[in-house]
Design a protein around this ligand. Structure first.
Ligand SMILES: Nc1ncnc2c1ncn2[C@@H]1O[C@H](COP(=O)(O)OP(=O)(O)O)[C@@H](O)[C@H]1O
Ligand SMILES: [Mg+2]
Length: 577
């Protein structure tokens, strides 16, 4: 069925606009019928030789009046269409937006960003035409033939009946097309989002592709996908064209049948010339609304496909448990914590860890052992863990997102800086900070002299801060994090891939923070964790060793081995230099 009740009840406002739209179209139809009636009556009288000058004036006035009414009605019905489109866009986008807010930062567990963008922009656009054009047409295309039938049955019943009976053939044809059109369209949409995905990814990674000279191969891949998309688009267009041809055949064939019937009745003397002409002139009007509905049908199909996607998004399960606010708490305890992104592949396998306020804890381990997974779990980005994670006395999954964000600050290896000024970026950390506070953190992160040589706090950053060096970016990100002033800080490889001076500056601030805050440092470089109060060594999702640097060295286990090999490597580098 091409009317989705849930969709309409989602946008309740649109009902009155749709009704208004239909009513004005109907009034316009009545005006048209009246105009045709007076004109054909006049023609009939002229034919009979009984026309008087009064008749002509009456017909002229009537026709003008009808034209005026039609003009106003057309304007009003398109205005209604516009109003309902507006209501639809506004309502649906608001719903999608607030849904995303409710899903919170974990939304990407369930949907892809590109899909959200497509649904919110294009999907909603599709529904705009669905509400503005298709739905009113749906009702009007039923009312119009019935109205015409009622009027014309007084003129000549058999002709009116023939016309009315032919009209339903159009929806029958549509239904026949629909069954396979639906499959085709869902394939089309799938192809479309897939292409969009690859395109976005390749565009974002273009520099990397160039570096590895993989751009050509990727281009070939994309060409292939684009070709697939072209083929399916052509199929969709062919389908649409064919179904339009079928509908035209039915519409004009039906009108022709009605006309033949009217002429036959006229020659048999069952209807006058005026009546016969009226039927001939209005025959096409039986079919035009339904025919138009047929061409809107594809809009409806697209709308339905988009609607499914929107509801899929709106129906994503939300975490409805009562959320609790956190009171300035810096102690974190994980007990038997397990987590997996996908079924049957556990990443964290029963981890026990604790992070104390005012302590400096490190998590080390080889790449892929699950360090970042722990960090995103703590940030509430990974839902559905088992075991327990308590911040203060509260279980992580019960903590309201906002207060979690006010408790933990995460600094990754490539922090996002926004296009704008340094001040704007710093204010994100804490909207209340004044210039003095900002310069203080900039001094701590050793950015003071650099920025003073530029335009100070008003120094402009390009998109993704591409006009700063990697080390400067990370130091600025740290400055912003310092302003945020939360009880817990997580540094996840925050000093990878940057220059040694910046790394030292950042490490110094981390030690300083650890005096008063809970600091969790994730690093694969063991030199950075030597001074930590406690070090967890992670191996394949499990804690294999723990203790401070000296204790771990004595154990002569995994940590000692890693440390030795890294030291040898760095000394080697030192010797060579
Ligand atoms: N979003 C994700 N979906 C599926 N698997 C993931 C995802 N993120 C990480 N993983 C997998 O989890 C494992 C641990 O990753 P991660 O915690 O990032 O390791 P690291 O210790 O290097 O930070 C890896 O095997 C990785 O493939
Ligand atoms: Mg990592």
């Amino acid at each position: 069925m091409m009317i989705n009740k849930r969709l309409i009840s989602t946008v309740k406002e649109s009902k009155k606009y749709i009704a208004g739209n239909v009513i004005f179209q109907w009034c316009s139809l009545l005006a048209n019928i009246s105009m045709m009636a007076v004109i054909t009556q006049l023609l009939g009288k002229i034919y009979m030789g009984t026309a008087q000058s009064g008749d002509i004036i009456f017909t002229g006035i009537g026709a003008l009046l009808a034209i005026g009414i039609r003009f106003v009605c057309t304007y009003l019905s398109s205005k209604m269409g516009y109003l309902s489109s507006k209501a639809v866009k506004k309502t649906l986008r608001e719903k999608i937006y607030s849904k995303l807010l409710r899903l919170g930062s974990a939304y990407s567990n369930d949907v892809k960003t590109s899909e959200v963008v497509q649904v919110a922009v294009e999907g909603v656009e599709q529904l705009e035409t669905y509400f503005g054009a298709y739905l009113p047409q749906f009702f009007y295309s039923m009312i119009a033939p019935i109205t015409l039938f009622v009027v014309l049955s007084f003129v000549n019943f058999p002709s009116a009946l023939v016309l009315l009976v032919c009209v339903p053939l159009i929806p029958v044809a549509i239904a026949a097309v629909q069954t396979w059109a639906k499959k085709l369209l869902s394939k089309y949409w799938g192809q479309y989002t897939a292409l969009g995905d690859t395109f976005l990814e390749n565009l974002q990674g273009l520099t990397t592709l160039k570096v590895y000279q993989a751009d050509e191969r990727k281009q070939l891949e994309m060409n292939e996908e684009a070709e697939k998309f072209r083929k399916i688009t052509m199929k969709v267009l062919t389908m649409q064209l064919n179904s339009i041809t079928i509908m035209d055949l039915i519409a004009y064939g039906g009108a022709a049948l009605g006309v033949i019937m009217a002429v036959t009745q006229f020659s048999a003397g069952h209807v006058g010339l005026g009546g016969c002409l009226l039927i001939i002139l209005l025959a096409a009007d039986f079919f035009i609304p339904m025919r138009l509905l047929g061409s809107f049908f594809h809009i409806a199909m697209n709308g339905m496909a988009a609607c499914d996607k929107i509801f899929k998004l709106l129906d994503l399960e939300e975490d409805n448990t009562e959320k609790v606010k956190l009171e300035n708490s810096g102690d974190i305890v994980c007990k038997n914590l397990s987590f997996s992104y996908e079924k049957d592949r556990e990443i964290l396998k029963g981890i026990d860890m604790s992070f104390k306020k005012g302590s400096f804890t490190a998590i080390v381990g080889e790449s892929g052992c699950g360090k970042s997974t722990i960090a995103s779990l703590l940030m509430g980005r990974n839902k559905g863990y088992s075991g327990s994670v308590k911040i203060g006395d509260t279980e992580l999954s019960n903590i309201e997102e906002k207060s979690l964000m006010n408790t933990i600050t995460y600094i990754g290896h490539n922090s996002y800086l926004f296009k704008g000024t340094v001040r704007e970026n710093l204010l994100m950390g804490n909207p209340e900070s004044d210039d003095k506070a900002m310069w203080e953190v900039l001094r701590k992160t050793n950015l003071e002299s650099f920025l003073k040589s530029e335009k100070g706090l008003d120094t402009k950053l390009a998109e993704k801060a591409s006009n700063l060096s990697g080390g400067q970016c990370q130091r600025l990100a740290l400055a912003r994090a310092l302003l945020h002033n939360t009880p817990v800080y997580i540094f996840d490889e925050a000093t990878s891939n940057i220059d040694v001076e910046s790394e030292n500056d950042i490490m110094e601030q981390i030690y300083c923070l650890a005096k008063t805050k809970t600091v969790i440092l994730i690093s694969h470089r063991l030199a950075n964790v030597e001074d930590a109060d406690n070090i967890y060594v992670l191996e394949d999702g499990k804690v294999s060793e723990m203790g401070n640097h000296q204790e771990l060295l004595k154990k002569k286990g995994h940590y000692a081995k890693l440390w030795k090999s890294q030291r040898d490597l760095e000394n080697l580098g030192g010797d060579a230099a």
